[in-house]
Design a protein around this ligand. Structure first.
Ligand SMILES: CC(C)(COP(=O)(O)OP(=O)(O)OC[C@H]1O[C@@H](n2cnc3c(N)ncnc32)[C@H](O)[C@@H]1OP(=O)(O)O)[C@@H](O)C(=O)NCCC(=O)NCCS
Length: 171
């Protein structure tokens, strides 16, 4: 398994991953997107200095996506989705989140990475907690999901909390 920069050629796999609806129950990404709209998203992301996306690759297959995008509050916001349910619960999320945070803190020199998660999404919360994320707040009735105003749990990880190697530490 590895992370690599998302490429334009990956967008069809990403579109298919979200279009399958498999991530809809636990993410804010509830509706299928067309290929042109996803390609537009990719081009905007490439043009932005505040958005970095990576493909999660297993045996050369793109099985998920993760990113650091502009924050709701401060730093960057982490997003992740592993499309194939058979690939979940095997440590892939923990690997991808750790690698992405290492990139954010050492390459982008971030001080803080934040994320939102539904409070009943126990697998994601376990994954984030294992990567060092701490509970920060409950945003009440924050997301309109499936016809219901739903709470979101906010978590964050600070650079000082991540065990960076000496050569990765920001100055
Ligand atoms: C959330 C997600 C990224 C996690 O990735 P993953 O590869 O499944 O995560 P990991 O295998 O590294 O860790 C999952 C942890 O949850 C635990 N877990 C799995 N199902 C669980 C459950 N129902 N209740 C409690 N813990 C659970 C696992 O045991 C594991 O913890 P452990 O390593 O301490 O044993 C992945 O499931 C996913 O992409 N889901 C769909 C999209 C999504 O929900 N994205 C996140 C939105 S916030």
């Amino acid at each position: 398994m590895r992370l690599r920069r998302l490429q334009r050629a990956d967008i069809e796999a990403v579109r298919d991953g979200f279009a399958s609806g498999i991530a809809a129950a636990t993410t804010r990404w509830m509706f299928p997107r067309s290929l042109p709209s996803k390609l537009g998203w990719f081009d905007d992301m490439e043009a932005s200095k505040e958005h970095d996306a990576f493909a999660i690759v297993v045996n050369r297959r793109v099985v998920g996506i993760c990113s650091l995008r502009p924050p709701r509050f401060a730093g960057r916001e982490l997003t992740i989705a592993i499309f194939d349910p058979a690939m979940r619960g095997r440590g892939l999320g923990t690997f991808a989140v750790t690698e992405l945070c290492r990139f954010g803190f050492s390459q982008l020199r971030l001080r803080r990475i934040e994320l939102g998660v539904y409070p009943n999404h126990r697998a994601a919360i376990a994954c984030y907690a294992r990567c060092g994320f701490q509970y920060e707040a409950l945003l009440r009735r924050y997301v309109y999901h499936n016809g219901v105003w739903t709470d979101a749990m906010w978590m964050s990880l600070l650079r000082s909390e991540m065990g960076l190697k000496k050569n990765e530490r920001a100055r």
